[in-house]
Design a protein around this ligand. Sequence first.
Ligand code: FEC
Length: 314
Amino acid sequence: MSEVKDTLGVLVMAYGTPKNLEEVEAYYTHIRRGRRPTPALLQELVSRYQAIGGVSPLNEITTAQGLGIEEWLNRDGGRPCKVYFGMKHTSPFIADAVAQMAADGIREAVTLVLAPHYSTLSIAAYQRAADEAAERHGGPVLWHVNDWHLQPRFLDVLAGRVQEALSHYEHPYDVTVVFSAHSLPERILAAGDPYPQQLRETGEAVAAKLGLQNFTFAWQSAGRTEEAWLGPDILDKLRQLRESGQTSIVICAAGFVSDHLEVLYDIDIEAQAVARHLGIHLTRTKSLNADPAFLHALAEVVREREQQATGGRV
Ligand code: FEC
């Protein structure tokens, strides 16, 4: 049997979220690379989960996204695909998914992180976890997707989300659109990390599609650590925009693809409270979640990576 008849593994990787409040401490400890949070930090995180209803919808959405990608892939006439889920900070961990692929006899797999912008501190860490596990299990061969921040269908869907948010305003041309992503420690800049540039490219491409004149960038959800994080922080950005006379703002969290804590709390609760205080009419673009048009984009990303790796052999 030719190798190409084999199922292509698709390792869909995402951040993961605790399944209940009892799991928050273990989750937070994992994020902190084994250092337990202080009781105060833990309590602060638990209260953020409580404020969004006790649990984040992230795992559910990740599952729907992965299954949707698999559905697109298995009807495009290409090599049959099977999606495996690997989470960065919760079970099933990335290593578990790779072990399962190896046990199932998967020989080749594309890996895809559900975040569009590459950073050595984000995407590369997912890839490292997958590589280490594949090495332990003697396979499969992994073809990593580094980024997909300019994928045409992704940009179309994102532009649609911005347009929809702008439609809530009487004078859309007066609205400033803030494209945001998760902040990272500033030290990434020294090594020329592409992350900030890629966020800028996504925002500029969406702005060009819509003919936006007023748009800018900000970082959100910086970690509670001592070191400097990328700025401007989104809350400071709101204050700056208000000072320069802006009262109509749309936030497009272009670095995230799902409703989760950093969107439902950091934007919908925290940023909205600041906006209200400042007299700003703030709208957030709807998250991409399991929108079939978005999942089609990701299925294409997987196929392109496969083509690149195999030179299009059939
Ligand atoms: O809904 C949920 O429960 C999960 C929401 C969630 C997503 C997410 C995405 C990203 N993070 C990124 C970087 C960092 C760095 C640190 C860090 C810390 C946290 C903490 C929580 C958390 N992150 Fe996260 N992140 C989510 C949740 N993140 C909770 C711990 C408490 C806090 O600081 O708020 C700092 C780690 C350290 O201490 O060293 C760095 C990046 C993304 C976007 C890409 C991706 O999805 O992987 C980058 C979703």
